[in-house]
Design a protein around this ligand. Sequence first.
Ligand SMILES: [Cu+2]
Length: 352
Amino acid sequence: MTALLTFTVLVLVAIAIWQMTKIFELSQLKSENTEIATDSDNKYNGYLLFGFLIFIYGITIFSFAKYSKMLLPEASSAHGGEYDQLMWVSFAIIFFVQTITQALLHYFGYKYRGEKGKKALFFADNDRLEFIWTIIPVIVLAGLILWGLYTWTNIMDVNDEDDPLIVELYAQQFNWTARYGGEDNVLGDASVRLIDIDRANVLGLDESDPNAADDVITKELHLPVGRKVNFMMRSQDVLHSAYMPHFRAQMNCVPGMITQFSFTPTITTEEMRLNPDVVDKVKRTNAIRAKRAAEGKPNSEPWEFDYILLCNKICGKSHYNMQMKIVVETEEEYNKWIAEQTTFTQTVAPVE
Ligand SMILES: [Cu+2]
């Protein structure tokens, strides 16, 4: 109701302003028809174009200077470098072309502004010119698209070569669960229809499938460095998206089907904590947190860098907080950790 009232008031105010402007216009004595631009109007607009050009260049430089530090650190997966390279080359081309075309556009707008008695020189058509401005974008775009397709097919080639670790990422409003294949590295069958909360079968594992018995269900994702990981994603309720920014990995989790993504982590959490970009980010974040602590505000404990799995689909009201910690460690550390975890058979309650 308040919203409707506010809206009505705003509409009425707008109508009142419009009417007053009309009255003001009508009360002015006109010596000439102001609908037609004069030479001074055109000149004024020409200079405004230059002003706007300086503004867009300025804001670009400002954004680079101020926000470059927000970019992700070096990629922590084997395919990540290739992905970043594609992105940076695309950025560079767009940046180069836009810098030049904006300058030309605004300069010509000024140079050929309207002037009394000046008549535009124009070509009805020019085959050579049209050929040039068609062929250049065709070559550049085709190159980028082909390179992109090639990179994409490479990244999306999920196969069982090189003995990958098989991990399920299970999404639900609003948390993640990981499941490892256990000793046999094979995930047991599962279905949301088999979920039995009372018996702690939270992922709906099929107890009649022998592969399910040794599956390990965890709330933290541990990955051994240098070993390929094949992720199988499931969702219990709505569309989610498993996003692991540091590994340049993202895949939708769709109810009713299993989606896949595969990558090889290349940098352990410990090593990444020493990366200069990460050290800087931690320092900046902790400076903000120290300030919050001094003011007695929450979320003020010192922060330590960790890899993270985020949900990247707006899946409901706690979407923002749907995340899971990822730990990349040496194979020995990983083996030690996984050995400490309990298997499905150990955690599921017996049938009464
Ligand atoms: Cu989600």
